[in-house]
Design a protein around this ligand. Structure first.
Ligand code: 5IU
Length: 250
């Protein structure tokens, strides 16, 4: 691909989705392209992590259904307060993967009522263009390629997924381990400075790989931060590594 690597300022000019604009503005304000994946199982751990890493991140990525003690008042209200206090967005990594009608129910009903609080959500595009129509009041990050060993997101799948992501107005970004077109913001998980894998199929790369090779916009880091002895210090390390790698990639 011959496309020029764009800066966050240049992306602000071409990405018109409100959520894309917010993420890019926060990135520039904080000099951060870090998203922390809060894969913890209690509300206490979630809020403590958000308090520690909040100043350094553009978004906190949740898997709300792994919490043992989810409660809208005890979990979401304080999380929203922290998001406002530290200026980050909340990204629910739900990876919706069903027909539109079912996704609509999973999005707005049930225990979690994701539509009430998430700023952005992840969704598979495997069910087709119209399956994404229901995500009206959030931004959607489409799953284009996965980081795990042996995944089925081959080049053909990624090309077709990219076409849907580019054409759907609710979608402003994609998760992938490969380049995607400049009109979409690229989110790259599978980033760790200390490990190359987790023994369960996860494959890790460095921030340099994400920004220079993939021309990514945001790195997503889970265990590298929340399992560290000092999560705040680790978030700062990844934030600086991510920002330096971004600047070097321009
Ligand atoms: N995640 C991946 N790879 C992917 C997709 C999502 O790791 O291809 I799509 C999620 C899973 C987890 C986080 O919530 O990103 C990565 O966590 P670790 O940094 O702890 O591996």
């Amino acid at each position: 691909e011959e496309e020029k690597r764009l800066s966050y300022e240049e992306k602000l000019e071409i990405c018109d989705h409100t959520v894309a604009q917010k993420l890019l503005q926060i990135a520039l304000e904080k000099k951060s392209n870090l998203i922390v994946s809060a894969d913890v199982t209690t509300t206490k751990e979630l809020l403590e992590l958000a308090e520690k890493v909040g100043p350094h991140i553009v978004a906190l990525k949740t898997h709300i259904d792994i919490l043992l003690d989810f409660d809208a008042d005890q979990t979401i209200l304080p999380l929203k307060d922290l998001a406002q206090k530290y200026n980050f967005l909340i990204m629910e990594d739900r990876k919706f993967a069903d027909i539109g009608n079912t996704q609509e129910l999973q999005f707005a009903y049930g225990t979690y009522k994701i539509s009430n609080w998430a700023d952005l959500v992840t969704a598979q595009v495997i069910a087709g263009y119209e399956s994404l129509d229901c995500f009206r009041n959030v931004g959607v990050v489409a799953i284009i390629g996965m980081s795990s060993h042996g995944n089925l997101t081959d080049q053909n799948y990624r090309d077709e997924a990219t076409k849907i992501a580019l054409s759907h107005p609710n979608v402003f970004g994609g998760v992938s381990q490969n380049k995607i077109p400049n009109e979409l913001l690229l989110f790259t998980p599978g980033v760790n400075l200390a490990h190359t894998g987790d023994g369960k199929g996860q494959q890790y790369n460095t921030p340099e790989h994400a920004f220079t090779k993939l021309e990514s916009d945001f790195i997503i880091v889970g265990r590298g931060i929340y399992k560290a002895d000092d999560a705040e210090q680790s978030a700062l390390t990844y934030k600086i590594a991510g920002w330096n790698a971004y600047e070097a990639s321009l």
